[in-house]
Design a protein around this ligand. Sequence first.
Ligand code: F6R
Length: 248
Amino acid sequence: MRFIVAKNDEELSQRAADLIAAQVILKPDCVLGLATGSSPIGTYDCLAKWYQEGRLDFSHVTSINLDEYQGLTPDNPQSYHYFMNEHFYSRVNIRPENTHVPDGADPDAERACKAYDKIIQEAGGIDLQLLGIGPDGHIGFNEPADAFSVGTHCVALDPSTIQANQRFFTDGQEVPRHAYTMGIGSILRARKIVLIASGAAKKAPVEASFFGPVVPSMPASILQLHPDCTVVLDEAAAAGIRDRIETD
Ligand code: F6R
């Protein structure tokens, strides 16, 4: 596991974007596993800028997102599909048919999740998976549990996750209570993982995940077992582990 501690948000975003850009340059038809939330926004800004400057080409890239709220259609501004359109797809030359987000509009959870696993399998797995981390240590929407999940599944969101995500829901709209998420097994099979965490709220889950036991009650702790995982942090998120890591 490698750690990068960035001085500020700009550097954090650039360091994560560097790793994604390297992947796209080395393998133009790569499969990127992508995330939503606040953490990757600056990284998508960098990638879009580098594309606009002619330094990156996404025309052969496939993207497979981690998760989607159940019941939200892609045209709903609170959906993760909408987020991806706004922050990434519409700003680079990725082909719409090569972009994938779980079908939150499908009320049949089993069908939606099976279809998503088929997409991951047919794409040949994920070359680089970008992750954020929740205050409770979740990755994707894999909440603390008694066992690590394997494939895509429907989850009941934790009250802490609902509360953390309420900031994206304005006008009294409620955060959906369920979501479809890629499983821990699929995340762990990605050939490379890049996790971004910033801010003091991430200090505790970062410390517990990377220096605590590997347990399903702290889902991100499983990443300790991954052979190629890079954790990109700001000073606040790194505060609990600063004296235990070597950085480059
Ligand atoms: C988003 C996702 C979540 C977020 C996590 C952190 O697709 O899968 O696991 O990465 O909730 O969210 P932010 O970045 O908003 O702190």
